[in-house]
Design a protein around this ligand. Structure first.
Ligand code: G6P
Length: 595
């Protein structure tokens, strides 16, 4: 959580910092600030507002070096005093920090005893004071390096020091990337925040520190100066612009046909990776998935698919609830799924599984993420950067990757594979059809917007989609949504049914169809408004439901992908109708780096 950025070069730093912060707001947005090096000292401006509001208040300053921060409060409430940057006495040093520091109280007390005066409740504020204290006996470069070696916990830090034309950075356990320009350097929590400025990046490793000037990058790894490795990123895959869409969420949903196509294009590479895993494990005999949030709902798909199609027992675990008590046996594979690759609970569970003898595969959208680095095998979903806090195209990319794993598995017969591929290839056009018929979704969303509660139901493979649909509704439309396996409705939730609680049913045209129709009749009997997401021309459903959103016909096994797009759009248009801040819902952050 929290986004950090920095700039040193020939451009006006304030403009660059505000621009980058707007792209980092998905990491937290309860307060923000920037600090700029000026000839007469360091100027800090910060407040409990969104970046564009702070920018509007700010009077332009002629400075070419600065740092910026957008916050999701962890240590200290979201107040102006707790907002970053934090500075030392007399604003000689300013620091922005993403992460949480352990055992900072003794350090703070020691600094207070030495005469330092603190202005906030944050853990971060010890860093500028430590740097300033160190500078009494050493150069600024050494003082920063020493301070970053003293603090403990997880951090990505950028610092500026009065009278030093340098930008200092370092990290342990939180992401930090340097963007390399011509006579300028950028810093950010992720590369997509810098995509407008450069496609050349240096990804810092844990315990790296670096000193940046407009023309030089001194990187220190394990204390030794090391030649930095510059990676070139494809601009299209790093694109985080709105391109005319009113919200990133809508733009990202509209990228979903492309995500399916990319997944299909990569199928041979995935088959090669799977063959390696299969060989290393002597055949996959059991799978355990580990994930949080929407990624957990995506992972639930594997619990249905792998046993049904491949006969491999599969267990889906929440990263935050994983009990690492069972030892991995021969042939057991843990698959950790995380779009950011940074979710603390998922990483902790993945490392615990590995320590317990599981081979670890990571499915992530961020190639250089912590999760990717911890894994034995990495599959990168190429969904491109996702800005909206509510995950959409990345969830679809994870589900598509899990289908691909099934398709790529050597035990699937050639005939079954070809048949499934034909259906898979039709999905991008079918998703586009859903976009063309969006009016029916918009009108249901207008109706839904007046309710306080809603219940999603489904059976079998579509049950994870019901859970995800309810989560999306909560996240962005602030309607209390619950997802239930339809058969469970009568074991409690029935008590809630009535005119005030609509039920949204995802109808699967498979072996569960008859039981689901029975459940829908039960719902209607309780007078609950019924919205069905179903294939075209299903008279039984259109007679039963008050509203029907139709999806194109596909093989039942692939129907969750099309239904996922519908539930995402339904949540989106409901939130729009309510006038909610779709991309930045209250109290949430996209990347959750705390347990
Ligand atoms: C946060 C986001 C969710 C996301 C979850 C897991 O809560 O708001 O959209 O599903 O984290 O994130 P991950 O990066 O691990 O997929």
């Amino acid at each position: 959580m929290c986004g950090i950025t920095g700039y040193i070069g020939y451009k006006n730093a304030d403009k660059v910092l505000f621009d980058c912060l707007k792209r980092l707001e998905y990491r937290g947005y309860d307060s923000c600030g920037i600090a700029l090096v000026q000839s007469d000292g360091i100027k800090v401006i910060k407040d409990t507002c969104r970046v564009k509001e702070l920018e509007a208040k700010h009077k332009k300053v002629n400075s070419k070096i600065g740092i910026g921060h957008t916050r999701w409060a962890t240590c200290g409430e979201p107040t102006a005093a707790n907002a970053h940057p934090h500075s030392s006495c007399g604003d000689k040093v300013a620091v922005v920090h993403n992460g949480t520091l352990d055992q900072f109280i003794p350090l703070k007390e020691d600094l207070i005893n030495k005469g330092h005066v603190f202005k906030s409740e944050t853990d971060t504020e010890i860093i500028p004071h430590l740097i300033e204290e160190n500078m009494k006996t050493m150069s600024a470069d050494d003082a920063v390096k020493k301070a970053l070696g003293t603090i403990q916990g997880a951090f990505a830090v950028a610092a500026i020091v009065q009278n030093e034309n340098k930008l200092y950075v370092g990290k342990v356990g939180c992401p930090l990337v340097i963007g390399v320009g011509d006579s300028e350097c950028y810093v950010a929590s992720d590369s997509s925040a810098l995509s407008k400025y450069t496609n050349r990046f240096i990804y810092l490793k844990d315990h790296d520190t670096a000193v940046l000037t407009p023309d030089s990058i001194k990187l220190f790894r394990n204390g030794k100066e090391t030649e930095p490795e510059i990676e070139l990123l494809d601009k299209n895959l790093n694109d985080a612009e709105l391109h005319g869409y009113p919200h990133f969420m809508l733009k990202e949903i509209h990228e979903e046909p492309r995500v399916i196509t990319t997944t299909i294009d990569d199928l041979d590479d995935l088959a090669t990776l799977l063959a390696t895993i299969d060989k290393d494990l002597g055949g996959i005999r059991m799978i355990k998935t580990l994930a949080c949030g929407s990624s957990y709902y995506a992972s639930l798909m594997m619990r249905y698919l792998a046993p049904q199609i491949l006969g491999i027992p599969t267990f889906a675990e929440l990263g935050s609830e994983y009990c690492s008590l069972t030892k991995g046996q021969k042939g057991t594979l843990a698959i950790a799924i995380s779009q950011s690759g940074e979710t603390a609970d998922t990483i902790k569970a993945a490392k615990a599984a590995k320590a317990n003898g599981y081979k670890l595969m990571a499915i992530t959208n961020v190639k250089n993420s912590q999760l990717a680095r911890a894994a034995d095998y990495v599959w990168t979903t190429k969904a491109g950067p996702e800005v909206s806090v509510a995950a959409t195209k990345t969830v679809l990319s994870q589900i598509a990757a899990l289908y691909s794993l099934i398709l790529a598995h050597p035990s699937l017969s050639k005939l079954n594979k070809e048949d499934a591929m034909d259906t898979f290839r039709k999905l991008p056009d079918q998703i586009n059809k859903i976009f063309e018929n969006v009016d029916s979704i918009i009108s249901v969303a207008s109706y839904l917007a007046d309710f306080k509660d809603a219940i999603y139901i489904a059976r079998g493979l579509n049950y994870p989609i019901a859970l995800e649909g309810a989560l999306k509704l909560k996240e962005i439309s602030y309607i209390h949504g619950e997802g239930y396996a339809a058969g469970e409705l009568k074991h409690g939730p029935f008590a809630l049914l009535g005119k005030e609680v609509p039920v949204i049913a995802i109808v699967s045209h498979d072996e569960n169809y008859d039981s689901l129709v029975t459940n829908l009749r039960e719902v209607k009997t309780r007078q609950a408004p019924l919205i069905a997401i179903s294939e075209e021309n299903d008279l039984t459903i259109s007679n039963l439901a008050d509203y029907v959103i139709t999806v194109p016909h596909t093989k039942p096994i692939l129907s969750p992908i099309l239904n996922l797009v519908v539930v995402q759009l339904l949540a989106y248009y409901t939130a729009v109708k309510k006038g909610n801040p779709v991309d930045f819902p209250r109290n949430l952050a996209k990347t959750v780096t705390v347990e």
